[in-house]
Design a protein around this ligand. Structure first.
Ligand SMILES: NC(=O)c1ccc[n+]([C@@H]2O[C@H](COP(=O)([O-])OP(=O)(O)OC[C@H]3O[C@@H](n4cnc5c(N)ncnc54)[C@H](OP(=O)(O)O)[C@@H]3O)[C@@H](O)[C@H]2O)c1
Length: 279
C-alpha cells in the first residue's frame, strides 16, 4: 500500500481533467506536489496567493479588497448619463474612450484606469449597473438594455472616439463594423478586442473599398508586466483604484464560482478565497 502523501510536500489544487467546459472539468485534488524554490526558472516567482480572481480567460492574484455596492440607486435612461463627449471633451482635446461593458471584471478596472489617465469615458451597461459604472467615474452611460448602442454613439457626433474597447464581442453583433459605418471613431482611433469576434476580424481585414474598416484593431491579451503591476499597486495603495467584488467563494466552491461567472452578469470580479488564514 502506498504511503500517505506528506502534508508539507503536497497541497490542494483545482485542476482541469481535460479541456472544455470549466465547471464540469474542474477536479479538486488534495495530493498535488507543492512547488519548491528549486523548481523555479530564472524569471519565475513563487508566491502565496490568498485570493484568485476569475475571468473566463485567465486568473490572477488580487488583494481582493474594496468592494463597492454593485447595484441599486437610480436607473439610467436610454442613452442618458450626462457628460456627453461630443462637445466639451473634444474641444479640450481629451482622449475619448468608449468601453463596451463597463460593469464586469474587466470594465470596472478599465473605467477607473481610463479616468486616472485623464480620459473622457463612455460605457455601455445594463440599467441595473449604471449606478456602479457612474460610481467608478464613467462620464457617460449608454444603457444597452433600452437603447441602440451604436446609434447612441453616433448621436454624439462623427469622429468622436480615440479608443473603442470591446469587452463583449457579440453585442452589438459586430461593433467594429458598426462603428466604422457610423463613423464614430476618429481616423487614428484604435479598436481594442478583448473578447474575440470573428465577424469583427473579417471586417477589419476586408479592404476599405469593400466596406472594411480603416481603424487599427488590436487583439488584447493580458500580460503581467512589472511596470504595469507596480503602477496598479500604487493606485490601489493610494486608494485611487478599487477592486469591485461581486461575490467571494470558498476554495472548495471554485466550480460554483466559475459557473456563476459564466452566467455573464457579474458586477465586477468573482473571487475565490484560496487561503483564509492569510487574510
Ligand atoms: N483578452 C484578454 O486578455 C482578456 C482578459 C480578461 C477577460 N477577457 C474576456 O473579456 C470578456 C469580459 O470579461 P469580464 O471579466 O469583464 O466578463 P464578466 O465579468 O463576465 O462581465 C460581464 C459584465 O458585462 C455585462 N454585460 C453583459 N452583456 C452586456 C452587453 N451586451 N453590453 C454591455 N454590458 C454587458 C454584464 O452585466 P449585465 O448582465 O447586467 O448586463 C456583466 O456586468 C470575457 O469574454 C473574458 O473572457 C479577455
Amino acid at each position: 500500500m502506498a504511503a500517505p502523501p506528506d502534508a508539507s510536500s503536497t497541497m490542494r489544487a483545482w485542476q482541469m481533467a481535460s479541456p472544455g467546459h470549466v465547471p464540469s472539468q474542474l477536479r479538486l485534488r488534495t495530493d498535488v506536489r507543492r512547488p519548491q524554490a528549486k523548481d523555479l526558472g530564472r524569471t519565475d516567482i513563487l508566491s502565496i496567493v490568498p485570493y484568485l480572481v476569475h475571468d473566463s480567460s485567465s486568473s490572477s492574484s488580487s488583494n481582493g479588497g474594496g468592494g463597492v455596492p454593485a447595484q441599486g440607486g437610480d436607473v439610467a435612461g436610454g442613452g442618458g448619463g450626462g457628460g456627453d463627449v461630443g462637445g466639451e471633451a473634444a474641444a479640450a482635446n481629451t482622449t475619448t474612450v468608449f468601453i463596451n461593458s463597463g460593469s464586469g471584471g474587466t470594465g470596472t478596472y478599465m473605467i477607473q484606469i481610463a479616468k486616472l489617465l485623464g480620459c473622457h469615458v463612455t460605457v455601455s451597461c445594463s440599467t441595473a449597473k449604471a449606478p456602479l459604472c457612474r460610481s467608478l467615474g464613467a462620464d457617460a452611460i449608454i444603457d444597452y438594455k433600452t437603447s441602440d448602442v451604436v446609434a447612441e454613439l453616433a448621436r454624439r457626433g462623427r469622429h468622436v472616439f480615440d479608443l473603442v474597447i470591446d469587452n463583449v464581442g457579440y453585442s452589438p453583433a459586430n461593433l467594429y463594423a458598426e462603428c466604422t459605418r457610423a463613423r464614430v471613431m476618429k481616423p487614428a482611433a484604435v479598436f481594442v478586442v478583448v473578447t474575440g469576434n470573428p465577424l469583427a476580424i473579417v471586417s477589419w481585414l476586408r479592404p476599405a473599398f469593400l466596406g472594411g474598416g480603416t481603424n487599427k484593431m488590436v487583439m488584447y491579451l493580458t500580460r503581467a508586466r512589472r511596470p504595469d503591476l507596480d503602477q496598479l499597486t500604487r493606485w490601489l495603495d493610494d486608494g485611487k483604484l478599487r477592486s469591485v467584488v461581486d461575490r467571494t467563494f470558498a476554495f472548495e466552491d471554485a466550480r460554483e464560482a466559475f459557473a456563476y461567472l459564466m452566467q455573464g452578469s457579474a458586477a465586477g470580479k468573482v473571487v475565490v478565497r484560496v487561503a483564509a488564514d492569510l487574510e
